[in-house]
Design a protein around this ligand. Structure first.
Ligand SMILES: [Zn+2]
Length: 366
């Protein structure tokens, strides 16, 4: 099957450079330092073949269409790297109503750089494979996916969102699809986020409409000898999907096994945790997040020593525990002042703890 062959010349003429490095979030640890986030995603966006008419009223789509085969493929890719970052690109179309339709997904190339704290796609892989998908099969590079980590932070990070918004504006792309994957070691989920140029940061968590067959593009492209020489398929033999947010269903996110009354069981608090990480990172440098065997979340930063904030079961009604290089630190009880705003209380608390540490160590304050 050869789709859009008649447009090959036109598309070739318009072909532009694909991408720079794409950086992603880590798996067990997540760096939210701006310089180590998805900073260069802008370069990963291929300009569309035709000029995009940007409608001021163009709202992000409420649904995103994906073929089951592509959801399966991405699940296998995510499960290939349960403890380290990975990602890839999405190809397909936009419907007249502005709904993304994903018909072909790719994963990481052989030279992709998977780190605990970020992921860089293999540029040569994407360029050579993308050229075939666009030129020969008439597809558009209309989205990206990357795996985040296991902590239920299933949204784009603040930095992911700003990178998206800037990329769309700078490239005059009109719209773009960002999918965030999560896994718990044995199963994966993928959440779709639709961005439009006019909506900016008001992106939408779109519900999936899964077309329950193999994508005809996958069937065709898999048989293409040129593609077969290039493409790298995941090693994990079978997909395993967690609960997806499906059209007509309830919005859901994969959440780790927090106990019923843990503060992060409430999805709204996942966004609060992200804000806390952003704040901590902005003031004190890269911040990592981890979960311990008791399913408690930890945030840590390095200021010469490692400062770790552990959120106990009864948080925010009790203060975070503070560990300095693994040793419990005594923090005066009145340092934790919670009156309803967790992020604000934590900003004050962490600044107090870390400012003291900075003074003690004689390090310059930021
Ligand atoms: Zn991200």
């Amino acid at each position: 099957m050869e789709v859009g062959k008649g447009e090959m010349k036109h598309k070739k003429k318009k072909w532009k450079k694909w991408l720079g490095k794409k950086k992603c979030q880590p798996d067990e640890e997540i760096s939210v330092n701006e310089s180590r986030g998805t900073a260069q995603l802008a370069n990963a966006v291929m300009p569309p073949c035709e000029p995009v008419r940007v409608d001021e009223r163009d709202l992000p789509a409420e649904t995103a269409v994906i073929y089951q085969s592509e959801l399966d493929y991405i699940s296998r890719c995510i499960l290939d790297y349960p403890n380290i970052e990975t990602g890839g690109q999405l190809f397909g179309f936009w419907s007249a109503a502005g709904t993304p339709v994903v018909v072909y997904a790719i994963g990481p190339g052989a030279r992709a750089n998977h780190e605990r704290t970020f992921f860089n796609q293999d540029i040569g892989y994407l360029t050579s494979l993308g050229r075939i998908l666009v030129d020969k099969y008439g597809l558009q590079h209309m989205g990206e996916w990357h795996s985040h980590h296991r902590l239920g932070l299933a949204h784009p990070s603040g930095h992911d969102a700003s990178t998206m918004v800037n990329s769309i504006r700078q490239g005059n792309l009109g719209r773009f699809l960002l999918c965030i994957g999560n896994c718990n070691g044995s199963s994966s989920v993928l959440n779709a986020f639709t961005f439009t140029q006019s909506a900016g940061y008001d992106y939408r968590h779109a519900a999936w409409r899964v077309v329950d067959v193999e994508s005809p593009f996958r069937t065709a492209i898999s048989a293409d000898a040129e593609v077969r020489r290039i493409v790298l398929d995941p090693l994990t033999p079978s997909p395993n999907h967690g609960k997806l947010f499906l059209a007509g269903g309830r919005e859901c996110f994969v959440t780790p096994d927090y106990s019923e009354d843990y503060w992060l069981k409430d999805r709204a608090n996942n966004l609060v945790l992200k804000k806390m990480m952003d704040d901590l990172s902005a003031s004190f440098g890269p911040c990592a997040v981890q979960k311990d065997d008791e399913q408690r979340v930890h945030l840590s930063v390095r200021r010469g020593q490692e400062f770790r904030f552990v959120f106990p079961q009864r948080f925010p009604y009790v203060p975070p525990l503070v560990l300095v290089d693994g040793v419990a630190a005594e923090v005066p009880p009145d340092t934790w002042v919670f009156s309803g705003d967790i992020a604000a209380a934590f900003a004050q608390f962490s600044t107090h703890v870390l400012a003291d540490a900075v003074k003690t160590e004689g390090e310059p304050a930021i």
